[in-house]
Design a binder for this molecule. Sequence first.
Ligand code: NAD
Length: 379
Amino acid sequence: MQIGIIGAGTMGAGIAQVAAQNNEKVFLIDVNPEVLRKASTNLKVTLEKLVAKEKLTKERADEIFSNITFSSDFSVLKPVDLVIEAIVEKLEIKHKVFEQLEGIVSADCVLASNTSSIPIASIGSVLKNPSRIIGIHFFNPAPLMPLVEIIPAVQTDSIIVQKVEQIIGSWGKYACICKDTPGFIVNRVARPFYGEALRIYEEGIADFATIDWAMTHFGGFKMGPFTLMDYIGNDVNYAVTESVFAAFYYDPRFKPSFTQKRHMEAGFYGRKSGRGYYNYAEDVELPAPNQDEVLGQKIFNRIIVMLINEAFDALFMQVASKEAIDIAMMKGVNYPKGLLAWAEELGLPWVLEQLEVLFDEYGEDRYRPNPLLKRMVKK
Ligand SMILES: NC(=O)c1ccc[n+]([C@@H]2O[C@H](COP(=O)([O-])OP(=O)(O)OC[C@H]3O[C@@H](n4cnc5c(N)ncnc54)[C@H](O)[C@@H]3O)[C@@H](O)[C@H]2O)c1
């Protein structure tokens, strides 16, 4: 098949590598020739490393590299079967690109966006044939992360969904179909991992290191929330939270945190700026957590039930199937278990009770237990 990818930045270059490794003929387009040069050099280096590690033969690496054409000329996209757009997260710019594309590609070419936060319905609204628009949401780094969320818009033809599911599956990825709702599955369900951790810190219950320890020690998460936010970047993570909050008509469940905003405003982005919640300077030791088991368990319980509540809400609002919601969190953000399966393990009545205690104590809508969880406990 022939695949067009627009935007050769972090995501576009990664997606191009995935497609090329799966023997697709790829056209990687960017308006900035410097970005294209960088993408080409980086891919060469990545493939050389894989050859050095004996994961690929030199011939295979050359073949993968030659599957990609790097270009600034949109007209090379004429023969492609699928275009995945991965340019800046700005609706007006995406609209211009899709309008331009429709004048170049064939009538049956599928048009997809890798957007994280813009509704697919809105991206597709400028197309003459919007039934071929779809969201194909990869995770960073695309060659390593096994999850891809597939998001049909209200305009999308069901044949397109099947076609895309088949292509993504053939690239060895887990394709999870989800509704065109803010944050899709992962960026919605994961919000309390950050938000509740920040709230616990703001209430003075524990410091960053202790909250991180509680989640890795009791939950088996690979990284605690503050380490993870520092890794993602507080600028990026805050922007996602703010956009999900606004997109949900300011539902208090998704309320951003002043602590994170101040860190972002101060330029404490995390690892990339040398300082976030932690100081990453070489001569500075990371703070030690307070390994009080009772406190740690309390922190873990509060964050896990908020995550489970959000997973239940995604299921309740039919964002995706139960299986897809669990797979998405394991394959998209490396959670040790799917949240709905985890809920069963912890016991649904126990989860509900924890939420009811929080809701009762705070009286805040943020802690309201999900109706589906309540119904299941009643049953
Ligand atoms: N970075 C992530 O972790 C991540 C994860 C999933 C999805 N996304 C989404 O993927 C998309 C791209 O994100 P990114 O992080 O790769 O961005 P990026 O800034 O690394 O790359 C975007 C590229 O698009 C190019 N570009 C801008 N306008 C263009 C145009 N009109 N035509 C062609 N190229 C153009 C830019 O030159 C740039 O190289 C966004 O929609 C983002 O929301 C990002």
